[in-house]
Write a protein that binds this ligand. Structure first.
Ligand SMILES: Cc1cc2nc3c(=O)[nH]c(=O)nc-3n(C[C@H](O)[C@H](O)[C@H](O)COP(=O)(O)O)c2cc1C
Length: 214
């Protein structure tokens, strides 16, 4: 009897530890599609957050979800996205969100954050103090597997950078409409990004974009 209860206690402990360390996805609230300043006002004042004075106020899941949706979400049923993608392919640039509570991949199909790890990896991906202090850093990563035959016809890297340009500009405008600053940056710790985002060999980080509420 005593041996049985020791066994059940051990099993319970293992289950508890597994439940705590199991990766969990986060459903994001429906993106905001109204409010904020008009598009011409946003374009007129578009600017990068400054390195010396970058804000680091918290960002809610709703605000992050709206920025991620603007960056590479669906806006016309199953096959229409908020940015132009070659040949109408599904997004071949992925967006990761690195936060204090973990590393997440934006799942545009379900408008959710897929958890990659529970680690605070901000200091591993950058040497810039103001980026480390940001509550969220987006990382845009090329995903050649979604290019299909386009990868053979074109320079896949050029297609990925073209998409990243459109995506990052959408992120700037959506973020600003929510009172959030961002900055397109190519300087990053490439090895740290690869390791902490668990990237495959053929996937490359294109840029990082810290976000901070003003
Ligand atoms: C391709 C590209 C790479 C950039 N890389 C960095 C970077 O590594 N670090 C940084 O602090 N800013 C970087 N920036 C941000 C620029 O420095 C910033 O956009 C520029 O100062 C112009 O300011 P504005 O965006 O407010 O017009 C980059 C911008 C671009 C377009």
């Amino acid at each position: 009897m005593k041996r049985m209860s020791v066994f059940f206690c051990a099993a319970l402990l293992v289950c508890t530890i597994m439940a705590q360390s199991a990766l969990a996805d986060i459903s994001l609230p429906k993106p905001t599609s109204t409010g904020g300043d008009g598009i011409f006002a946003l374009i007129e004042r578009r600017a990068s957050g400054t390195r010396g004075n970058f804000p680091n106020g918290d960002i809610s899941d709703g605000e992050l979800g709206t920025i991620l949706w603007a960056t590479t979400g669906r806006n016309r049923g199953d096959t229409g996205w908020t940015v132009p993608l070659a040949g109408g392919r599904p997004p071949y640039v992925k967006v990761y969100a690195v936060r204090r509570d973990g590393v997440f991949l934006y799942d545009w199909k379900n408008h959710a954050l897929a958890e990659i790890s529970k680690k605070d990896a901000l200091a591993d991906i950058t040497g810039d103090g103001f980026v480390k202090s940001s509550p969220v850093v987006l990382v845009l990563v090329s995903d050649p597997s979604n290019l299909g035959s386009m990868a053979r016809l074109n320079d896949g890297n050029a297609l990925a950078y073209t998409a990243a340009g459109a995506m990052s500009q959408n992120a700037y405008l959506a973020a600003d409409a929510l009172g959030i600053s961002t900055r397109y940056m190519v300087s990053m710790n490439v090895d740290g990004v690869k390791r902490e985002l668990k990237l495959k060999n053929d996937e490359a980080a294109l840029c990082i974009m810290p976000l901070g509420k003003r």
